[in-house]
Write a protein that binds this ligand. Structure first.
Ligand code: IPD
Ligand code: CA
Ligand code: CA
Length: 290
């Protein structure tokens, strides 16, 4: 009997989630560690949509390795990766970004990771985010969240004026969607409200930094399921808050990981400027899409 067919009670669900987490941990390390050798070496870079969207041979190779290993370990599962699309079928679906933070990886900036999430019936069961450069491995299942195998303990949130915010906003796409002046005005409001605003890239690693309390908040307006699925579970299991935004691109009520925008922060925080700016952008894009 396959591991998935064996699930018929909540306890079995927890056991399945734990099993998927362990598989994802092993595969993330196997895929991520060799990337350290490729990092900062000469590499071929292609571009997908435009010059703001690079991809390297390592993204494609790493995704193929992860796909083969995951489907080998859990044959009755489906796989969706950023580079190669969807393959396989089954009650569990893997959502994988082989390198989240490709622009950083291609440039030689050490802020990128491997992200592996597992979903069943729209619910995130397991998530692993591995940063090979630091060796930090964040993992979560239905029972908890760990950093390098130790329970991840949330830190108290700081008030907005003392807090650090990470965002990739705005990028060229945001200028196209909202207009350059409008997007820069929104960005300026966040710069003024927070003590520190940083744009390091990698939504998955950013959300794990929020989970660990290494930064206070994050906001994004152009993420895909492979960017955020694993990290949503890491953040929530650490007591953090993740609020999806549909931005008029997916129906209301869509699964959180399918929504293209989010506001995230640590436990118990209230960030009024962040909420106001994010809600304004969400409302503007919803109105345009209507
Ligand atoms: C991107 C990064 C970036 C986020 C984008 C993602 P990639 O993924 O996570 O921080 O703002 O929305 O597409 O292209 O580096 O895998
Ligand atoms: Ca990504
Ligand atoms: Ca990627």
């Amino acid at each position: 009997m396959t591991i998935i067919a064996a699930v018929d009670s909540p306890a079995d669900g927890d056991a399945l989630a734990a099993r998927l987490r362990r598989v994802a941990e092993e595969v993330a390390r196997e895929a991520g560690d060799p990337l350290k050798g490729a990092f900062r070496a000469a590499m071929e870079v292609d571009y997908k949509v435009d010059l703001h969207d690079p991809v390297t041979v390592h993204d494609r190779r790493t995704e193929a390795l992860i796909r083969d290993r995951l489907l080998g370990e859990v044959p009755d599962s489906a796989f969706l990766g950023e580079e190669g699309g969807e393959i396989g079928s089954g009650p569990v679906k893997w959502l994988v970004d082989p390198i989240d933070g490709t622009s950083n990886f291609a440039a030689g900036l050490a802020f990128w990771c491997v992200s592996i999430g597992a979903v069943a019936d729209g619910r995130i069961l397991a998530g692993v985010v591995y940063d090979p450069m630091t060796g930090n491995l964040f993992s979560a299942d239905l029972d908890g969240v760990w950093l390098n195998g130790e329970p991840l303990v949330p830190r108290p949130a700081r008030e907005e004026a003392r807090a650090a915010l990470i965002t990739g906003f705005p990028v060229q796409r945001d200028f196209r969607l909202d207009g350059r002046e409008t997007a820069l005005a929104d960005f300026g409001e966040l710069v003024s409200a927070f003590s520190t605003l940083r744009r390091p890239g990698s939504a998955a690693l950013t959300l794990c930094h929020v989970a660990a309390g290494w930064t206070d908040a994050a906001v994004g307006f152009g993420v895909n399921a492979w960017d955020v699925t694993a990290a949503i579970l890491v953040l929530r299991q650490a007591g953090g808050h993740y609020r999806p935004l549909t931005l008029g691109k997916v129906p209301d009520g869509s699964a959180d990981q399918l929504c293209p925008g989010y506001v995230a922060h640590g436990p118990g925080a209230t960030y009024p400027t962040l909420d106001r700016v994010a809600d304004r952008i969400d409302a503007r894009r919803r109105a345009r899409a209507a």
